[in-house]
Design a protein. Structure first.
Ligand code: 2RA
Length: 402
């Protein structure tokens, strides 16, 4: 099963290692960059000249574990690893004892789900944690101890000093190559910082006020099922069962409450947006205030943002800055009814921005509407892109040492 390759040489030969995170083409390259990596997993496709010449400098495709492989994000993560042809010499799907023994599909095969335990990571190079925060708190250090790099989707490690919080289009340069924990931001944060980073570069952020409209899938498979059951009951003219996942009935409703309430009246989701955005943008004192709202949409988190900058930004300048940000697509023609919607974002890996307009009262303030697929770019895709950046960094180090 293990396939030997020289990933960096192949990527450099295809001119795709560095530019992936530096060029606007990144969005369009998402699929193509992955396609290049198929060279690393299929011996048949390795050009003979690379395979033969690289003898002592070869690098093996990683052994990859996915903790939480049976959950919503874990399932999408496996699909995205397939779609982007991420090199995997061996897959070890893992889950809590309750789901261990079940099977998941990957690259046309069924793989048995193993129990995620501290002693399960021997020989693993890369572990995605797409499970509970408690599981990653307990097991991520053991995985690093065993020599793996961890990419964690939970909130457990995000704000720890020394743990990079990665949105690859913004800060891939913070990814170390030695075994360590890399944190993925919360789903609502990823879309927000993808829009804020280019505006900050263009005119320096002064303050941000955000209202999010968050899809049911932010609460996982149970959230989607609860919303569907409520919709079905309403369509049948029945009263939906009492809400279990959300604090109130979500169908035909909006709920201004995501995650636990904190002592000052804000919610944990609102605090995540504040502290994670500050860390990713490198702006530890940025005044950022959020109201996070759950809406009856299955996939796609939206955010209305009032962005104040030190220097007044003209609309065209803001559009150009956003359009130049890798992974961002400007959809902004309200007269033609073209603006980002969750339906347009769902199933894609892009962060969509539009409705860009000047505040009527202050020329240094812009309103920006932003939407992204919370399960893909907000979770699984961002994790896989982080892994791709880690792989490229590891290949560079390998080549430097060889
Ligand atoms: C939510 N952001 O939408 C959360 C999930 N991490 O509930």
């Amino acid at each position: 099963m293990s396939i030997i390759i020289s990933i960096e040489k192949l990527l450099i030969a295809k001119r795709r290692v560095e530019p992936a995170y530096r060029r606007k083409a990144y969005g369009e390259m998402n699929g193509r960059q992955g396609a290049d990596l198929t060279f690393s997993v299929s011996r048949r496709t390795i050009p003979r000249r690379f395979a033969a010449r690289r003898g002592p400098r070869i690098m093996q495709a990683p052994v990859v574990a996915v903790v939480g492989a049976t959950g919503l994000v874990g399932e999408i993560l496996l699909r995205i690893l397939e779609d982007r042809a991420f090199p995997v010499s061996e897959l070890r799907p893992m889950a809590s004892a309750r789901s261990a023994g079940s099977k998941v599909a990957f690259r046309g095969q069924e793989w048995q789900v193993l129990e995620a335990r501290a002693d399960a990571f021997a020989g693993v190079d890369l572990v995605f944690f797409a499970a509970t925060g408690a599981l990653s708190r307990e097991l991520a250090p053991a995985a690093v101890e065993a020599g793996a790099t961890v990419i964690d989707k939970s909130s457990t490690w995000r704000l720890r000093d020394g743990v990079p919080l990665i949105v690859p289009e913004i800060n891939a340069d913070q990814i170390p190559t030695e075994p360590s924990i890399l944190a993925c931001p919360n789903c609502s944060t990823i879309g927000v910082v993808q829009a804020l980073a280019p505006l900050h570069r263009a005119a320096t952020l002064k303050s941000v006020v955000i209202t999010t409209l968050q899809a049911a899938s932010g609460a996982g498979r149970d959230g989607v099922e609860e919303l569907r059951a409520q919709h079905a009951a309403l369509l049948a003219g029945e009263q939906p069962a009492l809400a279990q996942v959300f604090g109130a009935q979500l169908a035909d409703n909006v709920i201004p409450h995501c995650d636990a309430l904190e002592a000052d009246g804000y919610t944990r989701e609102e605090s995540k947006l504040l502290h994670e955005s500050r860390k990713i943008l490198g702006l530890p004192a940025l005044p950022l205030t959020a109201t996070c709202v759950r809406v009856p949409v299955e996939v796609g988190h939206s955010a209305s943002m009032l962005v104040e900058t030190e220097r007044a930004l003209e609309i065209e300048e803001a559009r150009a800055a956003l359009a130049a940000q890798p992974g961002v697509r400007v959809v902004d023609d309200t007269a033609a009814e073209r603006y980002p919607t969750p339906r347009e974002a769902a199933g894609t890996d892009e962060v969509l921005v539009g409705r860009i307009r000047k505040d009527r009262h202050d020329p240094r303030r812009l309103w920006v509407w932003q939407v992204a697929d919370n399960v893909r770019k907000g979770a699984a895709t961002n994790a896989v892109q982080t892994a791709e950046a880690w792989l490229a960094a590891r290949a560079r180090r390998h080549d430097g040492e060889a």
